[in-house]
Design a protein around this ligand. Structure first.
Ligand code: HEC
Length: 128
């Protein structure tokens, strides 16, 4: 599937239909597909925590929690794009005690910087 084409198309649609900009990000099929194809959804839930193995807390934070945590913080999108590409530091977890994953592995093998950035913007829009 050509995701670039889908992105271009959705960008064009968003320009034509100002209402599309206010659509619920959770309904964005193209972004859901990108997140799933990039492996993100094996560790992250969107609203409902994805249960960890053997009754442990979820592996990673839900994206609604990430959006709430970083809401209004300047530079959050740039910062989180780096974390997604390079992975997080197990010695300074940002979600200590809330998740069972010790750290997020680097995703740069699975995703381009551009796609990582679009995912992060999408995640940050999920604040309730
Ligand atoms: C192998 C499991 C795993 C995969 C795959 C994964 N993550 Fe994570 N992610 C985690 C864990 C664990 C954390 C919590 C890191 C911490 O404690 O600082 C996390 C944290 C995050 C955060 C918040 C970072 C912070 O510093 O607060 C974002 C945003 C995120 N992930 C997005 C993504 C995206 C986008 C993808 C797909 C490209 C992805 N994750 C794939 C496990 C994963």
């Amino acid at each position: 599937m050509n995701t670039k084409w889908i992105q271009t198309l959705s960008a064009a649609l968003a320009l034509c239909l100002p209402l599309a900009a206010q659509a619920d990000p959770r309904q964005d099929e193209a972004m859901l597909k990108l997140a799933s194809a990039s492996g993100c959804l094996s560790c992250h839930g969107i609203d409902a925590p994805k249960p960890g193995p053997d009754g442990l807390p979820p592996v990673g934070p839900t994206w609604a929690d990430v959006a709430a945590q970083y809401a209004g913080k300047p530079g959050a999108a740039d910062f989180l794009t780096r974390v997604v590409l390079e992975g997080s530091n197990p010695y300074s977890s940002h979600w200590k005690g809330k998740v069972s994953g010790l750290a997020m592995p680097p995703n740069a093998v699975a995703i381009t910087e551009r796609d990582a950035r679009s995912l992060v913007h999408w995640i940050l829009a999920m604040k309730r």
